[in-house]
Design a protein around this ligand. Sequence first.
Ligand code: UDP
Ligand code: MG
Length: 313
Amino acid sequence: MTNLQLSVVIPVYNEEDGLQALFDRLYPALDKLGITYEILFVNDGSRDRSAAILREQFQQRPDVTRVILFNGNFGQHMAIMAAFEQSRGQRIVTLDADLQNPPEDTELLLAKMDEGHDYVGSIRRQRNDSLWRHVASRAMNGLREKITRIKMTDQGCMFRAYDRRIIDAVNSCHEVSTFIPALAYSFARNPAEVVVGHDERTAGESKYSLYSLIRLNFDLMTGFSLVPLQMFSMLGMLISLFSGVFFVFLAVRRLIVGPEAEGLFTLFALMFFLIGIALFGIGLLGEYIGRIYQQVRHRPRYLVEAILEKRDE
Ligand code: UDP
Ligand code: MG
């Protein structure tokens, strides 16, 4: 085992405009901590100059910099997974490349770990995101807490610190679609949270559209809980019960009142309602089946093109 104290993991996707600013703050902040560290950048198939910039930075500080270059865009979480597998530090901190979380606050996370916590999440002090992002993430946080047993005040914040033990456990999972803070949380013995700063993106724009945010939340919900599926069976049961009673009512009415043609539209309305429910159910099944499908294929989850690092002598 190495005696490296800290690995900082940073996924990078089309961040050419912001990377220099990140280097300028990150390296001094970590140097100041006075511990042995490494920074693992993962270029997630950027289509801009990010890879070249990372290469240059590697040449500047080969002692503490390692760069993993992906072959294509496999997503932020896969990028972090790859870095976890390569990481050597006793503690691992994940950080976004966009400087929305101040790298100087790494100190806060580590101080909390010194108190004996093996997982330190973070809460953004004041969020500088657009209103709809704010509202949407509040709603998702609430829902997630109800249906999974994962308690995270601020799920959207990737600035977190993990103990080596947790990372080893995460590395032993071969999940295809996952949400790392939640996965790691499920292995944590003594999780804690600290408040960190939060700024606007320094450069570039958010890589998450509304669509990918919705996808991410599906990963989170279905990846860690069967409640959506179970809820649906409960709903289906209630509805079949109700339709059963309704059918008996109609049959009795047919015997007493005789045949009636009125109420046709009520019937239509009911039918559309039921079709809607059925479609939703099929979709929900699809969510799980899709994951099973991906999982059983055992495809490599990401492809590494090259790793830039100093060779151990
Ligand atoms: N990212 C990545 N691959 C992707 C999308 C994003 O590696 O496919 C990286 C991105 O470069 C950044 C981090 O993940 O370092 C978070 O992305 P972003 O800041 O766009 O997300 P937001 O803060 O808007 O949630
Ligand atoms: Mg960001």
